[in-house]
Design a protein around this ligand. Structure first.
Ligand code: PSU
Ligand code: MN
Length: 313
């Protein structure tokens, strides 16, 4: 075989679906993809594993099937067992896997936790158009000198999966993140408000492109985009409920401190985002973690409703 020639059927040989996901796919039931970097690098143990299980249960209660995605034993696993969630939540060996890391972790048989970018790639391969996470990566503050722009954004530009999130964290430059998405033709939809969400707080101060409150409207938008042949992802911003949000001034001050520490310690590359997430959690004495868990669950409901609406005739 010519190693540079790609055939979609070769890619399928890397996929391994759980029995639950395989049955749902065969029956045409709605499926919701979930990422695993949020488990391995986004939250501490044991809240990470507990949240992953609760999110899966919420999706099932809405009539959809959850498919948490990771790389294990040289396969892209779509749908994980409880023991596998536990492994991702606890193992220091679990690598943070974005687009560029996928071949390495697959070919070496290591444990890979997929980011938004890598999860989108795997979800598209598995034919799952809806993916729920907490927050997407974006353009980092100071990117004009660091060049630190998450591969999530480039993935949204090319991979046809809708990503339900609570916006992006204000560790990022949200204005530049939205500019980047605009340049690459990635629509940003918002649920329940006009503005893009800011993860721990509902309002980033920046407008989203279109407010589409109902799952039926979001589904109609996605069908239309992809029917037109307009490949690529869609960001669906679902603001954290106000009663579970963090005070904006507090999170801003803590973010500024975490960013200074990252700079002082010379944190670079893929380590930046996990470092900032862990510092913010420590500096808020865990209150940011409660907000993080609440917003992921809130996104699971929105994503399950969307998956059901997309599957409806
Ligand atoms: N933002 C969060 N929580 C997370 C992440 C981002 O609020 O867990 C994770 C996601 O997996 C996302 C990744 O895809 O970090 C982005 O990392 P980077 O900035 O290195 O691309
Ligand atoms: Mn980065």
């Amino acid at each position: 075989m010519n190693p540079t020639s790609f055939s979609p059927s070769d890619a399928q040989t890397f996929l391994a679906l759980s029995a639950e996901v395989a049955a749902a796919r065969a029956a045409g039931q709605p499926i919701v993809a979930l990422e695993s970097t949020i488990i391995s690098h986004g939250m501490p143990y044991p809240q990470n594993v507990q949240t992953a299980r609760e999110v899966e249960a919420l999706i099932r209660a809405q009539g959809a099937v959850p498919a948490t995605i990771a790389v294990l034993g040289g396969k892209i696993r779509i749908g994980l067992s409880d023991a596998e969630l536990e492994l991702l939540g606890q193992s220091p060996e679990a690598m943070k896997v974005s687009r560029r890391d996928l071949p390495y972790v697959l070919a070496s048989g290591k444990i890979g936790a997929t980011t938004v970018a890598a999860t989108m790639i795997c979800a598209e391969l598995a034919g799952i158009p809806v993916f729920v996470t907490g927050g997407i990566g974006g353009v980092h503050r100071g990117a004009e000198t660091s060049f630190d722009i998450s591969a999530d954004l480039q993935e949204l530009a090319q991979t046809s999966v809708a990503v339900v999130c609570a916006g992006a964290k204000s560790i990022l430059d949200l204005g530049l993140t939205l500019e980047y998405l605009e340049t690459h033709g990635v629509p940003v939809l918002s649920i329940g408000q006009d503005n893009f969400a800011a993860f721990y707080t509902p309002d980033s101060g920046f407008k989203a492109d279109f407010r589409l409150d109902s799952a039926a409207e979001q589904a109609a938008f996605l069908r239309c985009k992809w029917a037109l042949g307009l490949k690529g992802g869609v960001v669906i911003s679902n603001p954290v409920p106000a009663d579970q949000a963090m005070p904006r001034e507090e999170i801003e001050a803590i973010t500024a401190q975490a960013l200074q520490e990252a700079e002082a310690q010379g944190i670079q590359g893929k380590a930046v985002t996990p470092f900032l997430l862990a510092r913010i959690k420590a500096l808020t004495e865990g209150r940011s973690l409660a907000t993080n868990i609440a917003l992921v669950k809130h996104n699971a409901l929105a994503g399950a409703r969307l998956a059901c609406a997309l599957q409806a005739p």
